[in-house]
Design a protein around this ligand. Sequence first.
Ligand SMILES: [Zn+2]
Length: 181
Amino acid sequence: MKIVFPGDKIGYAEEFVGGEGVYEENGELYAAVAGKLRIKDRIVSVESLKKIPEINKGDVVLGRVVDVRNSLALVELSRKSGSDRALRHTGIAALHISNVQEGYLKDLDSAVRYMDIIKAKVVDAELLKLSTKGREMGVVKAICSRCKAELVLAGDKLKCSRCGNIENRKISSDYGSGRWE
Ligand SMILES: [Zn+2]
C-alpha cells in the first residue's frame, strides 16, 4: 500500500486515467488528497485516508491556503463557519480551479494565494473538496504578496494598506467584515 499526499506526482495522463482524488496538470497526474494509492484497470485513484468526522457535505468551513498550484489550492481547514471552536481533527482540503467561481477562471493565482484565509463550502466530505462559488464564499482575509501587510477592499480588488499594491482575489462578501471570525 502506498500513501500519497496532495501534490505528489503519481503518473502520466498517457499512462493512466485519473480517477477519484486525482487531478491532471500538463499531462501529469497528481494526488489531490492524502490517501492510499490505488491502480486498477489503468485507472489511478487516491482513497482518502479518513474523512474529518465533524465535516459533512454542505458545511461552510474556514481555512488557510497552504499551497497554490496551477489548478489546485490546498487549504488547511481550521473550523466550521459560525463556530468558535477549532476543528478537533484538522485536514487539508482541495479547492480546484473549476470550483472557485461561476464561469471560467484562467489563473488560480488571481483568485487565491498562499496564506489567504478562505470561506468555502464542502462539496465532497470524503475527498475534502471545496467550492468558493457564490457571493459569500471566497477570500475573507489576505496579506500583500509584496510586503505582507493586510489587504483592504478597494472596489472589486484588494489594496495593500502599506505599500499600495493592488491584488486580485475571489473575494467573499464577508471580506474584512470580521463576521467570519
Ligand atoms: Zn504591500
